[in-house]
Design a binder for this molecule. Structure first.
Ligand code: SF4
Length: 235
């Protein structure tokens, strides 16, 4: 099994990217063969997440999908999760909560921490919870696409993840925004209605606005705060 500790010496698989799913199904088939129940998908339930869930359900119908439930998501996101649960009843969707409730966070760090110190807030409500999830598994799946931002341009299908000392599997690296939506429409998949209201990228409600720049899909995230990533994908 390809593990974090054996990364330097282990043989890495390679996958064709010139097929219908641009390699995604091959990568997922390999990942579930390689890791079995030792892999989870950390899903934000944005549109890329919907595509990945549909692909994963073809390979591993009872796969574990983890949602980092910060307690600050839009109601539309929770509605999307409900629709996905209905469409894919055999998937195991886990709502992972932070250790601190919002009230406890307010008592310890002050009100609306996301306005004063969004990195600390993301650490408490996303990074630490994901670390707790990944402690029990060898690898995780992420919906990163190279096109999304300069910080994601060099992502590979299979990555050594130093932040979580894990293997990060990214099946959608070659997908464009158009590919994602073509797949959703073709297969009539449910998706977050906020996408139709100018939100191409959807995170927590206090830190997500409609995209400011139509050419920058993540320009509505932490707008004006000089932050572009929640920290899950930064070394
Ligand atoms: S996205 Fe905003 S509200 Fe959500 S955890 Fe990060 S800083 Fe906090």
């Amino acid at each position: 099994m390809l593990t974090y500790d054996q990364w330097e010496t282990a043989e890495k698989p390679s996958f064709p990217s010139d097929n219908e799913t641009k390699g995604a199904l091959d990568v997922l088939a390999w990942a579930y063969r390689e890791y079995g129940d030792e892999i989870v998908y950390a899903c934000s339930f944005g549109v890329e997440g919907i595509v990945l869930i549909d692909l994963i359900s073809q390979v591993k119908p009872d796969a574990e999908i983890v949602f980092l439930d910060t307690g600050l998501h839009f109601q539309e996101t929770y509605d999307t999760i409900a629709k996905v649960k209905e469409k894919y009843p055999s998937l195991c969707i886990v709502m992972k909560q932070p250790r601190l409730t919002l009230e406890e966070q307010k008592a310890q760090f002050g009100d609306e921490l996301w306005k004063r110190d969004p990195n600390k807030c993301c650490e408490l409500r996303k990074v630490i919870p994901l670390r707790e999830v990944l402690t029990g598994v060898t690898a995780w799946i992420s919906g990163l696409r190279r096109e999304q931002s300069p910080t994601r341009r060099h992502v590979e299908y299979i990555n050594k993840d130093d932040k979580f000392r894990s293997i990060k599997v990214c099946p959608l690296i070659h997908w464009t925004w158009k590919d994602v939506w073509n797949y959703v429409y073709k297969h009539d998949l449910p998706y977050n209605v906020l996408h139709d209201r100018g939100y191409p990228s959807i995170g927590c409600a206090p830190c997500t606005a409609p995209a400011l720049d139509p050419n920058d899909l993540r320009s509505g995230r932490w707008a004006g705060q000089g932050k572009t990533e929640c920290g899950l994908h930064l070394a």
